[in-house]
Design a protein around this ligand. Structure first.
Ligand code: G3P
Ligand code: CA
Length: 376
């Protein structure tokens, strides 16, 4: 998703939310008082092609407490790990002659795109694909080596790690585009709960279920879990504050993410169905553009294009007051994702967020997040 700050709406939200003081934000603890969680975002996706068993395993080796699979559905209703239904950027599908006829142009959450979509492939066909690193600036040498894993295979990996090492790693699945898949008759929530129950992977300390939409958390997963006598923590994700959850767009609910994350809404609405929130880090720790870009890590290439303004919206204290944990996304080591304030050192960014009391971080580089946590 595009994560470019729109300063008009940022200013409006800032006024609504009453920013905290400038750079010297008071140090706070996590809601539980325990150290923050490290969540391997799409696995250790900074190093290996995202959403592969190898990337999840590396995240675990690097010390991640949770691994994060985004879930979409195959044609035969199997949950697989991909960030989006369109697999053109993250696999070799476009080069496989047997699937040449599957190229389609579709509209996903209002955006038209061309490619090869998971719902047009059976699991047996998906297993013929191999994963690729979609970010050109990351290591491409592992391309075409790894399969697209199912949720079942991810659970098997975590159980194998537990059997071999005793480590109880958690799984943090995200239902991707739930309205889109509902409209295809491939609802994500039922197979998700069914798979977790069948595998007895229902310990609420080892699962968080997340979504950018609201109704699938509140009106689908909540009753489904009750019917299965399980109660797993749900996490409401927040996109840029001027946007709306796609199910709200469809239903005509006028509320934006910015309105949903207000102090009152967190307490009186979000906390009624969720145990946590996942905001984009730049939506509440405000930045401004830096032009021209700065070479903050001294490699001769000027890639840092933002600076912190010192303004921090009170998302963390408001969420904690509502009893909600806060897991911001996404932390990345590369200079282009940092601000000038960190002097090219991603550890400094983690320290800042840990000091603000975040309960966990989604990171492409779990080793860096663990290093920063150890250094505290
Ligand atoms: O789920 C947290 C984070 O992953 C949300 O962003 O687009 O990477 O799924 P995205
Ligand atoms: Ca995700």
């Amino acid at each position: 998703m595009a994560k470019i700050a729109k300063f008009g709406w940022v200013a409006a939200i800032a006024l609504m939310m009453v920013p905290l003081q400038g750079t010297a934000v008071k140090t706070a603890s996590t809601l539980s008082g325990e150290p923050p969680l490290v969540i391997g975002h799409r696995g250790a996706s900074g190093y290996l092609p995202e959403h592969t068993l190898a990337a999840y395993e590396l995240a675990i080796e690097q010390g991640a407490d949770f691994i994060e699979p985004d879930l979409v559905s195959t044609k035969d209703g199997v949950l697989i790990a991909r960030h989006e239904p369109n697999m053109i950027a993250t696999t070799n599908v476009a080069e496989l002659p047997q699937f040449r006829d599957r190229r389609r142009t579709k509209t996903v959450d209002g955006v038209q795109e061309e490619g090869f979509f998971s719902e047009d492939f059976t699991l047996a066909e998906i297993k013929q694909l191999r994963a690729r690193q979609p970010r050109a600036y990351r290591d491409q040498s592992h391309n075409d080596r790894y399969e697209v894993p199912t949720l079942q295979e991810i659970i098997d990996l975590v159980k194998r790690v537990e059997a071999q090492t005793g480590r109880k790693v958690g799984i943090y699945p995200e239902t991707k585009h739930p309205t889109y898949f509902d409209n295809l008759g491939l609802s994500l929530e039922e197979p998700l709960i069914e798979t977790l129950v069948r595998n007895q992977f229902t310990d609420p300390t080892r699962v968080f279920i997340q979504s950018f939409e609201v109704s699938n958390l509140k009106d689908q997963l909540t009753p489904l879990m009750a019917a299965n006598n399980i109660d797993l923590p749900l996490v409401q994700l927040f996109d840029e504050f001027h946007l709306k959850p796609y199910d709200f767009v469809v239903s005509g609910d006028s509320r934006t993410y910015g309105e949903l994350i207000s102090r009152d809404s967190l307490r009186s609405f979000v906390a009624t169905y969720a145990e946590g929130i996942g905001p984009w880090k730049r939506s509440f720790v405000m930045t401004a553009p830096v032009d021209p870009p700065v070479d903050t890590n001294g490699d001769g290439v000027a890639e840092t294009k933002e600076r912190l303004t010192g303004e921090v919206l009170p998302v963390i204290p408001d969420a904690h007051a509502a009893g909600l944990v806060v897991h911001p996304y996404t932390f990345r080591d590369e200079e282009s994702f940092l601000t000038t304030d960190y002097s090219g050192d991603p550890v400094a960014e983690y320290k800042q967020f840990y000091d603000m009391g975040v309960d966990g971080v989604f990171t492409d580089f779990p080793d860096t997040a663990v290093k920063a946590r150890q250094a505290r």
